[in-house]
Design a protein around this ligand. Structure first.
Ligand SMILES: NC(=O)c1ccc[n+]([C@@H]2O[C@H](COP(=O)([O-])OP(=O)(O)OC[C@H]3O[C@@H](n4cnc5c(N)ncnc54)[C@H](OP(=O)(O)O)[C@@H]3O)[C@@H](O)[C@H]2O)c1
Length: 297
């Protein structure tokens, strides 16, 4: 069985990686937020501790998942954003190179500026926020310094349920669970949802083939926040009880002040060319996500 060290594994994607990879692999999963019995503590910003922990485990692969994913927090604390999203990735690259093992890094669709409707694997990034700049710097370092690297770029992540999902789907589900009868949804942001479990499965297929490099890896189908909110209401049978009020993103600018591109839509061109695009259409993946984490309706 292959041994995999997964750092930053306590978040929404980490939970899916744990579920998908624990069958057939020996895992060591770490995070600064030790929120499950299968996690132990490791701060990826601490190179000595990171190196010591990974080296002691002697893995076949290093998966580096940890990041500061709160975009407003990154704007408020840029030093920590760079330390967590860039320098810590450099730490992972050093360790992978020292041990001669492949490194997986999770990139983001947010590295594009959104000034065209969709982005393939070869489009040139132009990040416009601190989060995106720091994540892109991490991606570039991995690409330039680790021979056997996988950089898989996700879009709007969904998965993890009430315990772990910090993003849009859980924000909507939280409002619904509290009996909301109106949802205010932005009508000017386009993107690609990415179901955490589908993402983890597709990473596993790429690893098995050893197709190293950079891959867009988002759900099929381009969409926007409004469509996703409408789909959630329909899937939960609430379309007649809950009204959607369309608002521009400027409506939330006090709370969400980090700059977000108008479009973060990805197409998985390289995965398709390699006949390895296993990402489902976002509507199917959304249904699976709601069923898996909130119970079937
Ligand atoms: N969420 C998205 O929409 C999205 C989209 C594209 C790409 N990604 C990327 O996907 C990866 C996984 O993110 P996610 O979606 O699972 O977000 P997440 O739920 O925020 O998980 C990230 C985990 O990393 C942890 N972490 C933060 N600083 C750390 C440190 N210094 N040392 C160790 N762990 C640390 C976080 O702990 P705390 O919660 O305590 O900070 C959290 O448990 C990240 O690289 C992210 O940039 C995410």
């Amino acid at each position: 069985m292959k041994k995999i060290y997964i750092s930053g594994c306590g978040g929404m994607l980490g939970e899916a990686f744990y579920e998908v990879f624990r069958a057939g692999s020996v895992l060591k999963c770490t995070d600064i937020d030790v929120n499950a019995p299968w996690l132990s503590y490791l701060d990826i910003r601490d190179l000595d501790a990171y190196r010591k922990d990974v080296t002691a485990f002697r893995p076949d692969y290093l998966f580096h998942l940890g990041a500061c994913t709160d975009m407003e927090d990154c704007e408020r604390n840029p030093g920590n954003a760079w330390l967590t999203n860039t320098t810590a990735v450099e730490n992972a690259a050093y360790i992978a190179n020292e041990l001669g093992i492949p490194l997986l890094y999770i990139g983001t669709a947010g590295i594009f500026d959104g000034h065209k409707p969709l982005f393939d694997d070869w489009d040139t990034p132009n990040p416009i926020s601190c989060y995106a700049r720091s994540k892109y710097a991490g991606e570039v370092f991995v690409r330039e310094h680790v021979a056997r690297h996988l950089v898989c770029r996700a879009g709007w992540m969904m998965g993890g349920g009430p315990a772990k999902d910090k993003k849009f789907v859980q924000k909507i589900m939280h409002q619904l669970s509290r009996g909301a009868t109106e949802l205010q949804i932005v009508n000017d942001k386009f993107g690609s949802p990415t179901y955490t479990r589908d993402f983890a499965h597709n990473v596993r297929s790429l690893l098995e083939k050893e197709y190293w490099g950079v891959y867009n890896m988002a759900c099929d189908g381009l969409t926007n926040r409004l469509e996703i909110a409408r789909a959630i209401l329909e899937l939960r049978g609430l379309q007649d009880q809950v009204r959607i009020a369309e608002v521009p993103s400027s409506h939330f600018s006090a709370e969400y002040f980090a700059q977000r591109p108008p479009s973060e839509c990805l197409i998985n061109a390289k995965l398709s060319l390699r006949q390895l695009n296993q990402m489902r259409h976002w509507k199917l993946a959304l249904k699976a996500c709601l069923d898996d984490y909130y119970g079937a309706c």
